[in-house]
Design a protein around this ligand. Sequence first.
Ligand code: KIV
Length: 296
Amino acid sequence: MSTHPSQIAASAIVDRLPVTLPRLAEMKRLGEAIVMVTAYDFPSARAAEEAGVDVVLVGDSGAMTVLGYPSTVEVSLDEMIMLARATRRGLRTPFLVGDLPFGSYEISDEQAIATALRFVKEAGCDAVKLEGGGETSCSRARAIVGAGIPVMGHVGLTPQTATALGGYRAQGRSAAGAARVAAEAIALQAAGCFSIVFEAIPSDVAGLLMERLEIPVIGIGAGPATDGQVLVFHDLLGIREGLGARFVKRYASLQDEMVAGVAAFAGDVRTRRYPQPEHGYSIDGRELAGLRERLT
Ligand code: KIV
């Protein structure tokens, strides 16, 4: 009898130790693929925990996936902290990274450190992520690392500054553009980042950059050469309208299932098929008679 992959995952999780920075470095060294997903609340965190995911990112993509904003730009630091706190409560073993929202780290190194500290102290995050690899982002990364908080970088398509990049489009598709992505990734590594996300860059560019980076690289739309892969929880489970970016692979269609479930409930209520006797509570006949007397 063959073993279903979910059974392997379930048995491996029982004794799983919390994922640490040395463990992530070891995974890179051993060529073990690093699995990262986003999560924004208790149920998505429980799913990541039970599936044996290595790294959970409370992404600012939550602005759109769970808060309904049109982009990641609008989400506030307080909202991100609230999502991160709920996620923390659902996790035991994955390494937890909080995404610094737009406007919460650009002004100064001091602002960046104060924001990162909130993710660690108030939400229990193990690390933070920031976007971009220019001078400002590298200075912020260096400052946060200097304050004792691990930092994950993010280059390529950086949604917080999508307008400046010309929209939500792949980056590094020219020699000059790819060299810029390379310079940013190398600068973030030099600034002390423990890992970097490559988003929406050509697979061949990612492949070339991998030879120059010692820290684990997690790809999203960056091909197979990176040390690990990340997808947005709602994209991979189909909790959204539309198909999303070309790099998204759908593993379920939960939005359709949720609509069908709620529609079935609505149908049962309207036709009075719900609730049935087994969904209600009983009262002893004498108690009911006593109530009747009191009400007359
Ligand atoms: O916010 C997010 O979900 C992200 C991932 C796409 C890496 O930054």
